[in-house]
Ligand binder design. Structure first.
Ligand SMILES: [Zn+2]
Length: 233
């Protein structure tokens, strides 16, 4: 039992070191910048979609231009003197219609061009921001890698100490300890503190405490941690 508790102490030290990196300013910034990168990529993808729509609309307008041009060619070829006076009225109507349609198309084209240039502007801004954020992320990753490298010998040393202690432990209890670590329960062994579980602070019944005194250790019914009886007076 003593050795398992020592192992738990060493594991606590390892976890503390790892947590100090996980909770470091660099790691938090990296998470933030990674989120910004993701948003930036979505934004750029969205721009790509919108620009496809603009291209489609642009092609559509071009097609209409061609159609109107073809129509106006025909209208021009119909000379008033050969077409007869009856056709002149229709010719003027056609001509007015074509002119107004062309004006509408021109307006749409102008709007489309403006939208396109705004989009390009947004795209360039977003790409610059992405590039900037990426280099910040890379720098942070470098810093974190160095931090991890710096604590590596310490962790290796602690792990070696654990390895040594593992040779002399109650195997069944140690298996239990390891399986609870896997479930992210830590610490696994706790003491009773003012009749409460030292892990989850759940108050224990007198009946439970009585049984605990007899058995030496009992799992907490609330958090499954193993409560040790050794400090009960
Ligand atoms: Zn508990």
């Amino acid at each position: 039992m003593k050795n398992i508790l020592k192992i738990q102490e060493l594991d606590a030290q390892i976890r503390k070191i790892k947590a100090s990196i996980d909770n470091s300013r660099e790691n938090k910034l990296l998470a933030e910048f990674t989120k910004v990168m993701k948003e930036g990529r979505n934004f750029v993808n969205n721009i790509a979609e919108v620009s496809n729509e603009i291209i489609k609309e642009f092609n559509e307008i071009n097609k209409k231009f061609d159609l109107l041009n073809a129509k106006s060619d025909i209208t021009l070829k119909l000379k008033p003197e050969t077409a007869g006076i009856d056709s002149v009225g229709k010719l003027i109507d056609d001509s007015n219609y074509l002119t107004s349609e062309l004006a509408i198309l021109e307006q749409r084209m102008r709007e489309l061009t403006e939208r396109g240039s705004r989009l390009l502007n947004d795209y360039n801004t977003a790409m610059n921001k992405l590039k900037d954020t990426k280099s910040k992320c890379d720098a942070l990753k470098d810093m974190l890698a160095k931090k991890k490298e710096a604590v590596h010998p310490e962790i290796t040393n602690l792990q070696a100490q654990i390895k040594k202690l593992e040779g002399d432990v109650d195997e069944k209890l140690y298996e239990k300890y390891k399986s609870m670590l896997k479930d992210n329960i830590f610490p696994v062994f706790v003491h009773l503190k003012s009749n409460r579980c030292g892990g989850c602070q759940m108050e224990q019944s007198l009946n439970f405490i009585q049984k605990l005194k007899q058995k030496g250790m009992l799992p907490c019914e609330e958090c499954r941690r193993i409560i040790l009886a050794d400090e009960i007076k």
